[in-house]
Design a binder for this molecule. Structure first.
Ligand code: F6R
Length: 603
């Protein structure tokens, strides 16, 4: 995830662009840059690290009178967060900023290199500017050159391009990542990854559609989709900044739940092709001498780890054990060099997980981390990293980070299975089909959200919640319970459904709320019997299942998916929304719940 800002007009451009980037810093902050085209000349600045470094670098730069500006704050996906990889990228006469991932950049890069183009960065983005210049050199008009460039790209992109060959125009394109265009009565034109940077400047905005591209100048904005010129729909821009940052959602957590569909498609991008998993981060990684995977993590990341332990054993046919990092540290663990030591952390800074990783490194184990923050302490220490690409998570209660962790671990289990020759063709096809469908499974069903909103009023009291499930739905039950307790402050526990009868069922009465995860693809009848036992003791049951369940007091009907992971992700969203709605009714601060912090850097 990166942030993009653009401007056409007479305003002082440095200040507008940098203020805009400040609004988008939540989308990425490992480097930033701006380029301004004014009187036929392009000035540019880039800096690695936080935006303050760019502010310092540009402190003597001003650009008044008519001109164009583009600005970018980066969240590294291809290439390290260095200054050279920061945007804008340039050719001989054009500058470009890009958010997203160009899946076919390697093919394009090789072709351009064979034409003699020299690349400065390791990014996928740089191909776009060189491709544009190639078409200009082939005598296409700048507009046709841009159109041909965009038609050559596969993947996700929000692109702004400026060029000396068309000094009054910003070229733009959008596919699968956000881009907004705004305007006002003074003939100024604005671009942003969200409307936050445009508030107070633009009167009206248009949210560009996927697959659209075009060009904007003082005189006109032209937008095309599928070769047809379209008339953009402009809406009045809300003037509240906080509202804009949350894209109209009540809380960041709610926004992040709704973002899960897009961020998981970013997680998958470039990682599955022709029914094969590609994790280029692991090229050169030898799995032949590994006979076990040991995973350490905390909290929600621990729940992702626990989910994956079922996948590693079932799909990759490799032993897998999972430990809470704070326990692992002091148990004097036995460590074997044939064990792959995997840590999972959203922040990459969790003290217990970091320490467990250091212990494994010291013992000479091969280490790998799954993390959301590039260049974090855990990433720097691990032998290899797979980034989850969830973007910055603002809500303290983790949602989209968990979704991307589980998805990445599922990809990894398939990758390891392939390396160990444990994946037959049929299974591979089934898994790939299910993997590809997850972003659409994660689209929030508004009707279910509304139903959870209504149901939530019945779940504000009682003496506790049990979330129950079997197999991978047991870690999901743990995660559902954790979400609820974090933001509602109600007591909630996750339990394996089959374990209730071994003690906890003693608590059952009408004010014990049971959230029963009853997927059709995984031990449905067994789970059903366990839920019936609770119902017989008058526990209040909220059943989540694609199959009608008559004993339920409340029922959420899910889709009839054929793959357990699809059911897992759909039920995950439901448990997240349930916690959210209960917390909102209780009047709690959903995004900053009491006693918690986003990054736990103490023991
Ligand atoms: C819960 C939550 C925490 C974190 C835990 C580990 O919503 O966010 O339980 O999962 O503190 O943090 P990371 O993943 O940053 O290591």
């Amino acid at each position: 995830m990166c942030g993009i800002v653009g401007y056409i007009g007479e305003r002082e451009k440095r200040e507008f662009l940098l203020d805009g980037l400040r609004e988008l810093e939540y989308r990425g902050y490992d480097s930033a840059g701006i380029a301004v085209l004014h009187q036929g000349e392009i000035n540019y600045f880039k800096a690695s690290g936080k935006l303050d470094n760019l502010i310092e670098k540009t402190k003597d730069f001003r650009s008044i009178n008519f001109g164009l500006g583009i600005a970018h704050t980066r969240w590294a996906t291809h290439g390290k967060p260095t200054e050279i990889n920061a945007h804008p990228h340039w050719g001989e006469f054009s500058f470009l900023i890009h958010n997203g991932i160009i899946e076919n950049y390697m093919e394009i890069k090789k072709e351009l290199q064979s034409d003699g183009v020299v690349f400065l960065s390791q990014t996928d983005s740089e191909v776009i500017v060189h491709l544009f210049e190639k078409f200009v050199r082939l005598n296409f008009t700048p507009k046709d050159a841009f159109k041909k460039t965009i038609e050559s790209l596969k993947g996700a992109f929000a692109v702004l391009l400026i060029s000396k060959v068309s000094p009054e125009t910003i070229f733009f394109a959008k596919n699968a990542v956000p881009l907004i265009i705004g305007k006002n009565s003074q003939n100024e034109i604005f671009f942003g990854s969200s409307d936050a940077p445009l508030i107070g400047f633009a009167d009206e905005v248009s949210y560009l559609e996927d697959g659209s591209f075009g060009w904007a100048s003082k005189e006109e904005i032209e937008i095309f989709k599928d070769d047809t010129k379209i008339v953009p729909i402009f809406k009045l821009l809300n003037s509240s900044k906080i509202y804009a940052q949350k894209d109209g959602f009540r809380f960041f957590m709610e926004k992040e739940i709704y973002e899960q569909s897009t961020v998981t498609s970013e997680t998958l991008m470039g990682r599955i092709k022709d029914d094969k998993v590609y994790l280029e981060e692991l090229s050169g990684y030898d799995f032949s001498d590994i006979d076990e995977i040991k995973i350490c993590a905390c909290g929600t990341s621990y729940h992702a780890a626990l989910t994956s332990s079922y996948l590693f054993e079932r799909i990759s046919k490799i032993r897998c054990s999972v430990e809470i990092a704070s326990e692992f540290r002091y148990k004097e663990p036995l460590m074997d060099k044939k064990t792959l030591f995997l840590v999972i952390s959203q922040s990459g800074e969790t003290a217990d997980t970091l320490q467990a990783l250091k212990m494994a490194k010291k013992a000479g184990l091969k280490t790998l981390c799954i993390c959301n923050v590039d260049n974090s302490s855990i990433v720097r220490i691990s032998d290899a990293t797979i980034l989850t690409r969830a973007g910055i998570e603002k809500g303290v209660a983790s949602t989209k980070a968990f979704a991307t962790q589980v998805l990445t671990l599922w990809l990894l289990s398939l990758y390891v299975a392939k390396k160990r020759d444990k994946l037959d063709k049929k299974m591979c096809e089934t898994e790939m089909k299910a993997l590809r469908s997850i972003p659409s499974v994660l689209k929030v069903d508004e009707e279910i959200h509304e139903k959870l909103h209504r149901l939530s009023k019945r779940y504000l009291h009682g003496h506790g919640f049990f979330f129950i499930g079997r197999d991978i739905f047991f870690p999901l039950a743990l995660e559902g319970a954790l979400k609820l307790k974090e933001i509602s402050y109600l007591h909630a526990e996750g339990y394996p459904a089959g374990e209730m009868k071994h003690g906890p069922i003693a608590l059952a009465d009408s004010t014990l709320f049971t959230i029963a995860l009853m997927p059709q693809t995984m031990l449905y009848d067994k789970t059903k019997s366990n839920v019936e036992e609770l119902s017989a003791r008058d526990a209040t049951i909220l059943a989540i299942s694609p199959k009608e369940f008559t004993l339920a007091d409340d029922f959420i009907k899910t889709q009839s998916y054929e793959h357990p992971m699809s059911e897992f992700f759909e039920m995950m969203v439901i448990t997240q929304l349930l916690a959210l709605e209960i917390s909102i009714r209780l009047g709690n601060d959903v995004d900053m719940p009491r006693n918690l912090a986003k990054s736990v850097t103490v023991e």
